[in-house]
Write a protein that binds this ligand. Structure first.
Ligand SMILES: Cc1ncc(COP(=O)(O)O)c(C=O)c1O
Length: 463
């Protein structure tokens, strides 16, 4: 037996590496409340220790894990902690990490039912449960991907090919260069990843009609052009700044019977459909054709957990078509026919564990908790004289100082204080601070302390 093989057999038998990783993980979790929301300058500078040359020889496995904790843990954004409000970064529900750790040790490839029966079974269950939870048509297909960027890419690929098929054009036979022209319609405030997906799919600026939006970033329905069977429309359930929802029902009803394809980017907002209190925001989503959403945002499943849902399974599967006939395995739902990738980790395990644990009531409670805390945050800031630029309908709050300079000062003050982290954005011509309440860990006390951090950052003098 080779020396290296012997060493690794021993490492697996002794479990010291996993014990060390577990101890470091627990240390990280236990200190999350005291951690800076974003790393200190020193922690960022220390990352240069990784700029070493590729080792010539096999080293010490324990030192690898130690190094990761010593220099890696301090250089994380403490997004699981409850005081990190940047992007739309969620935390993880504890049960999902237990499930993930177990699945990580399984190290399965969930490409097909024969490569991993349990992951395929859980994909099948999640597909059914998600359609029920979100009120989508029974039989809606789901593909489990890394995130909404890829989910949107899949939904738009399915839509593009299906529109062309309806117009007598088989993309897999004839390609795209001579195909009938598709008109893409979306709001000016569509997420950057939607434009990215369109570009990857071969749509240029001149194929896209960007519609004017209202003060909250919603498409103005009257601006919508006529639909036809070559219209690919993309709506938004949850604007990344304001959290606003496009008037989905109104637009979908207009599209009914025209043969148009409607995709809804609901990365974080589609989860509103699971809450009695917030479902009205997503009214009409069942009339669309495809939807993208993330488990790793509002649902607080671990990264990477995106889902493409598509009413027409054949349209999704044919856009994701793989050529090897050995992969078309009989009656069973085949995960890789619903996604661009073949090998995929078993991400359905964590998603399933969250849905199984929370149930319908728990998901609703989670969604409402995030939204209620966002309302508290906005109220607290308003009481301290901060301007709130959006109607806080979901988990997003857009605020700012009185001037762009004051906004910059607040952002710098927050960053140097370290107790809270928020991102900046531009909103209706103003520099703003975007707050996304996305962690189940954020409670009323965190909100109070976060508002205090804003007040103190406003008084911060930049040097
Ligand atoms: C509305 C919206 N769409 C798409 C995305 C991209 O999602 P992901 O980062 O999971 O690819 C985001 C990310 O925040 C988003 O807010």
């Amino acid at each position: 037996m080779r020396e290296l093989q012997k060493a690794m057999i021993e490492q697996n038998r002794e479990k010291k590496l996993l014990e060390a990783a577990k101890a470091y993980a627990f240390e990280y979790m236990d200190s999350i409340k005291e951690r800076r929301a974003f790393p200190s300058q020193k922690a960022l500078e220390d990352l240069s220790v990784f700029d070493e040359k590729l080792p010539d020889k096999t080293g010490n496995a324990m030192e690898v894990v130690d190094m990761l904790h010593r220099y890696g843990s301090p250089a994380t954004a403490a997004s699981t902690g409850g005081r990190y409000f940047g992007f739309v970064n969620g935390s993880f529900i504890p049960v999902s990490m237990g499930a993930k750790w177990l699945a990580d040790v399984w190290d399965q490839n969930s490409a097909t039912p024969t490569s991993c029966p349990i992951a395929s079974k859980l994909e099948e269950v999640c597909e059914r449960w998600l359609a029920e939870l979100l009120g989508l048509p029974t039989g809606t297909a789901a593909g489990f991907v890394s995130g909404s960027s890829i989910a949107t890419l899949c939904g738009l690929a399915a839509g593009r090919n299906e529109l062309l098929r309806r117009n007598g054009w088989d993309v897999s036979e004839k390609g795209l260069s001579q195909s009938p022209r598709i008109k893409v319609v979306l709001g000016k405030e569509a997420h950057a990843t939607v434009f990215k997906a369109l570009s990857i799919l071969g749509f240029g600026k001149c194929d896209i009609i960007e519609l004017a939006t209202d003060g909250q970033g919603r498409i103005i329905p009257g601006e919508m052009p006529e639909f036809d069977s070559l219209t690919l429309a993309i709506l938004q359930a949850g604007n990344v700044n304001s959290g606003a929802f496009d008037p989905i029902r109104q637009i979908c009803e207009k599209a009914q019977g025209t043969g148009a394809w409607i995709h809804v980017d609901g990365a974080f907002g589609l989860w509103a459909a699971a809450s009695n209190e917030r479902r009205h925001l997503t009214c009409g989503i069942e009339l669309a054709d495809s939807w993208s959403l993330d488990g790793h945002k509002t649902l607080n499943a671990p990264y990477d957990s995106g889902v493409i849902m598509c009413k027409d399974r054949r349209a999704l599967a044919s856009a994701m078509q793989a050529s090897g006939s050995y992969l078309l395995s009989g009656e069973n739902r085949n995960g890789m026919m619903h996604t661009p990738e073949m090998s995929r980790r078993a991400r359905s395990v964590e998603l399933w564990s969250v849905l199984k644990y929370l149930g319908k009531a728990g998901v609703a409670d989670l969604v409402d908790g995030l939204c209620d805390r966002a309302l508290d945050f906005a109220e607290g800031l308003k009481a301290e004289g901060f301007e709130i630029h959006n109607d806080v309908v979901f988990n997003q709050v857009v605020t700012s100082g009185k001037t762009d300079d004051e906004t910059d000062r607040i952002l710098k003050g927050l960053e140097s204080g370290g107790s809270v982290w928020c991102g900046s954005s531009n909103w209706k011509g103003r520099k703003v601070i975007r707050i996304s309440v996305c962690s189940w860990n954020t409670d009323e006390d965190y909100i109070r302390r976060s508002v205090e951090a804003f007040v103190s950052a406003r008084g911060h003098q930049s040097c």
